[in-house]
Write a protein that binds this ligand. Structure first.
Ligand SMILES: *Cc1c(COP(=O)(O)O)cnc(C)c1O
Length: 380
């Protein structure tokens, strides 16, 4: 079945008690039992909820996986993967990734005796020197946030399989519409469903998708034992969001391309980061593993002063100055002071994230209106 069809039908079976076409929001914490231990498969809502189960089935299908698990946020999903590990284990993570992932690894888990190596994964071979018998997990993100670097998932998966190490890919930026890491050999796909999957900036949620049954059971055990589950109302919102994922992504891609090209030709712009330029690093890999290049763009002005950058950030009207991304409305963001402020400045600069970098999440509005908004802000 094609992705567009799965997006609409995944996880949707008419409600057995009423025939309701849409899965109801089962707003309940517990389920009545006929006798001790005799129940309909539902005991307590941290462990089982029909609305969540419908969404988890949808997550699995749209990522071409067997199992999906939903979490109360993207970082809760990441947290669950790290809880597979024990003290002494080592993780190889990307040196250019979501700031909150870096914070979780460096500020929360390092003190529990897990060691993290931050590696530039644009060349998969850079991973090899860091692998040893303690290495248990490779954590990749592609395209990366906010520099849009592309990691070759299949090449990293080759290395992880050779050394019997788990590979988890944060697929938030691409969404399942543009890229399916399990097809390229990843063991786990992680999403912040807060972004493109929810798609309307009205919910916080995360998910994991995998194929291996034993791995699924371990992750489900952590989900239920640690309890970072989403509520049924939030699951309903994400299920509803997913139904238009393909339509939204098509427009995000079209608008993203128009704006990236317009910015590139603007005389005040120094550099544009967008994986769809033929001369951008790893373009051929992006073209192979992605179906389109998405609506995330970063750029730097020729005038590198904070004042010039702030002027643009505070002068747009259609682009709202806000963290987050992937919603239908356009957002503008300053990674150095907002989404990536938790990464120490030296670390950020070393990895190419300058103080003047501006990140756009291009929405699904009319592209010409968006360009006019940016043009006005840049002429201020
Ligand atoms: C937002 C984001 C996360 C964290 O997800 P939350 O839902 O905010 O907890 C992780 N990775 C990426 C790439 C993100 O953009």
């Amino acid at each position: 079945m094609k992705l567009e069809t799965k997006i609409i039908h995944a996880g949707m079976t008419p409600d057995p008690s009423t025939g309701a076409v849409m899965i109801p929001i089962y707003q309940t914490s517990t389920y009545v039992q006929e006798a001790p231990g005799k129940n309909k498969g539902y005991e307590y809502a941290r462990s089982q909820n029909p609305t969540r189960f419908a969404l988890e089935e949808a997550y699995a299908q749209i990522e071409n996986g067997k199992y999906g698990l939903a979490f109360s946020s993207g970082v809760a999903a990441t947290d669950t993967v790290i809880k597979l590990l024990q003290p002494g284990d080592e993780v190889i993570a990307a040196n250019d990734m979501y700031g909150g992932t870096y914070r979780l690894f460096s500020k929360v888990y390092e003190k529990f005796g897990i060691k993290f190596h931050y590696v530039n994964m644009q060349d998969a071979n850079n991973i090899k020197p860091f692998i040893n018998s303690n290495t248990k997990l490779i954590w990749a993100e592609t395209p990366t946030n906010p520099l849009m670097n592309i990691v070759d998932i299949a090449a990293v998966a080759d290395i992880s399989k050779q050394h019997n190490v788990l590979l988890c890919v944060d697929n938030t930026f691409a969404s399942p519409y543009l890229q399916n890491p399990l097809n390229d050999g990843a063991d786990i796909v992680m999403h912040s469903a807060t972004k493109y999957l929810g798609g309307h900036s009205d919910v916080i949620q995360g998910c994991l998708v995998m194929n291996d049954t034993e791995l699924r059971n371990k992750l489900y055990f952590i989900q239920k034992s640690c309890g970072a589950v989403p509520g049924p109302q939030d699951c309903f919102l994400v299920l509803r969001g997913i139904k238009t994922l393909h339509l939204r992504m098509q427009r995000h891609c079209e608008n993203g391309e128009k704006i990236a090209c317009w910015l590139r030709n603007h005389d005040k712009v120094k550099k544009v980061y967008w994986p769809g330029f033929e001369d951008s690093p790893n373009y051929s890999i992006a073209k192979r593993q992605m179906r389109g290049f998405g609506g995330m763009i970063s750029f730097e002005l020729k005038d590198e002063s904070i004042e010039a950058c702030n002027k643009v950030l505070s002068s747009t009207h259609l682009f709202s100055l806000a963290e987050s991304l992937g919603g239908v409305e356009s957002l503008i963001n300053h990674p150095a002071s907002m989404t990536h402020a938790s990464i120490p400045r030296e670390e950020r600069i070393k990895n190419g994230l300058s103080d003047g970098l501006i990140r756009l999440s291009v929405g699904v509005e009319d592209a010409d209106d968006l360009i006019e908004d940016l043009a006005n802000a840049m002429n201020k």
